[in-house]
Design a protein around this ligand. Structure first.
Ligand code: 3PG
Length: 400
């Protein structure tokens, strides 16, 4: 893979694919981590005499111009962080964008409007994506991909621009993601522990199957644990559960045993009437969940169990909260896991996914982790062992 510091960029125009898909409340950005994460690469390019054209998506406008999903607040925040103007084009490959790009001078920056306002960006086939990627590529001399969060998407700006760009490289953010998710995990310090949580087993089966045999321990929390408990014949009351995945859960447990990976499931829970509750109704052991209640967090015995496994770890990958952490009454399990990882001195700790990231940031503990991935879906697919379309496209561009 060629990185930006191996490319000749002086006096050139660089088209940067960045992932600035940030949460907004009206036009206020509520979390700018993704923008912050790309700033080092952008500053490097500007300092080394390049002009930069930023392209990104925001939300899912489904090929239509949705004014609420304009990148205007994002361009403004990027300008603040870079300390230079970042004017926003009205479009991405139209007259306005082309004129602005043509007039851009070294050391200057601009941003294209939300790529997904154009239906071709997310077209399912190369034919449906048409010549959008080609038109984007024609705006610049070099294409730089620094958008890990969207690396799993076969979007025009991810896979088609590299087919038409004169030159391609990856940015420092992509490099860091590869270093941590690729290198660190291919030869991990042991014990190597995966902590998996969140609502659905279905979205985590790929990771679990890929990591069985590679990791020493898998901790399972969140509602996805319910499906495993059901598979062990336990009742889970009215809790969230994927009944159709019980056989898959059994297969994971059998495979784990054969592969020598220890699975750790909750032994107790905090429960309430349903997910709208703001207070807990009680605590129960995992083999005695009352009917008509929902388990919404792991209980104190489980916290003890999980934190004792974490305390021995030398490499940790964490994706998915332990419960409904957005409600304070059900946040303790996720917070306890976060604190236990943050307390470790000699451990490579990697976090991925928006919810897990939110837990870490809620406790202001981001600096206690080795690496917080900017990927959600891409983080999961990478850990499933898949080759992500962005990396394939970059490699192909580099050999052409
Ligand atoms: C993300 O937020 O995970 C990335 O920006 C990808 O967004 P998408 O799921 O809308 O493609």
């Amino acid at each position: 893979m060629k990185f930006i510091d191996q490319a000749e960029i002086q006096g050139k125009k660089l088209l940067f694919r960045v992932d600035f898909n940030v949460p907004l409340d009206g036009d206020v950005i509520t979390d700018d981590n993704r923008i912050q994460a790309a700033i080092p690469t952008l500053k490097y390019a500007l300092k080394n005499g390049a002009a930069i054209i930023l392209c990104a998506h925001l939300g899912k406008p489904k090929g239509k111009v949705v004014p609420e999903l304009s990148l205007a607040p994002v361009a403004k925040r990027t300008a603040e962080l870079l300390g230079i103007d970042v004017p926003l084009a009205f479009d991405s490959v139209g007259e306005n964008a082309r004129v602005m790009a043509a007039e851009l001078k070294p050391g200057q920056a601009m941003m294209l409007e939300n790529l997904r306002f154009n239906p071709e960006e997310t077209g399912k086939t190369e034919q449906a994506r048409g010549d959008f990627g080609k038109k984007l590529a024609s705006l610049a001399d070099v294409y730089v991909n620094d958008a890990f969060g969207v690396a799993h998407r076969e979007n025009a700006s991810v896979v088609d621009i590299p087919r038409h760009a004169k030159e391609c490289c990856a940015g420092f953010l992509l490099k860091k993601e590869l270093e941590y998710l690729g290198d660190a995990l291919s030869d991990p310090k042991r014990p190597y522990v995966c902590i998996s949580g969140g609502a659905k087993v279905s979205s985590k089966l790929g990771i679990l199957n890929n990591l069985l045999g590679k990791v020493d321990d898998i901790i399972i929390g969140g509602a996805m644990a319910n499906t495993f408990l059901l598979a062990q014949g336990q009742s889970v009351g009215n809790s969230l559960v994927e009944k159709d995945l019980v056989n898959e859960a059994i297969a994971v447990m059998e495979k784990a045993e054969k592969a020598g990976t220890k699975l750790h499931l909750p032994v107790d829970f905090v429960y309430a009437e349903d997910h709208t509750a703001t207070e807990k109704s009680g605590t129960c052991t995992a083999d005695a969940v009352p009917d008509n209640v929902m388990v919404l967090d792991i209980g104190p015995k489980t916290v003890e169990l999980f934190t004792s496994v974490i305390a021995q770890s030398k490499t940790i990958v964490w994706n998915g909260p332990m419960g409904l952490f957005e409600t304070p009454a059900f946040a303790e399990g996720s917070f306890a896991v976060c604190r236990a990882i943050a307390d470790l001195d000699d451990c490579i700790s990697i976090v991925g996914g928006g919810d897990t990231d939110a837990v870490v940031h809620a406790l202001h503990m981001a600096d206690k982790f080795s690496f917080i991935s900017t990927g959600g879906g891409s983080f999961l697919e990478f850990l499933e062992g898949k080759e992500l379309p962005a990396f394939k496209a970059l490699k192909e561009c580099m050999v052409k």
